[in-house]
Design a protein around this ligand. Sequence first.
Ligand SMILES: [Zn+2]
Length: 201
Amino acid sequence: MIDFPNYRRATNVAYYIHAHMNIPITIPIDVRAIIGAAPNIRLLSYDEFCRKMGLTWFELMRLNVSEQGFSLADFTQRKYFILFNDKYNERTIRFTLAHELGHLSLGHHNPTIAADKEANCFARNLLSPAPISNALKLKRASDFEKSYFINPAAAAVASNMLYEDLSNTTKENYDQIQRSFLLNNSTPSYVEIGCKWKRRH
Ligand SMILES: [Zn+2]
């Protein structure tokens, strides 16, 4: 059981996933593709889950599950489920999916306040990676909101926590995430500008 959140670990596990999933790092981050690439995780909406289990919506809510989503894990069999309420808007769903992926990736066995704080930190760094925010010089919450397709509340936290997230990022992860992002996002105009500059000097 986790009593105190380890934000440094939560941050770097999110970056480890980015670095090792073989999914190009482009923004907005495709969290569904990341979950889809994980072989043992099944993603189900609450509607699909209810249909499969023969439950009504009311019966599901009576199980005391979160309104937004939850995850189920069999850590010994390595089988995982992420369930989410698809009645929320896509920005909120994206954060819910990243948060639940955080619980699974960080090996949370019990729901605690500290585990939720770690999962939020993981989700923030998965969806709005601090090395990319730094490369793009994002400052205002509205810039985070637009660039990462996250909701205003998540954008405000990402903007406020940028320097703490950067200080928690290992140098190796910082370099790898930034390099991979810049490689996947170099546009022809950028190259052209580079060439012109070279010719003149
Ligand atoms: Zn949670």
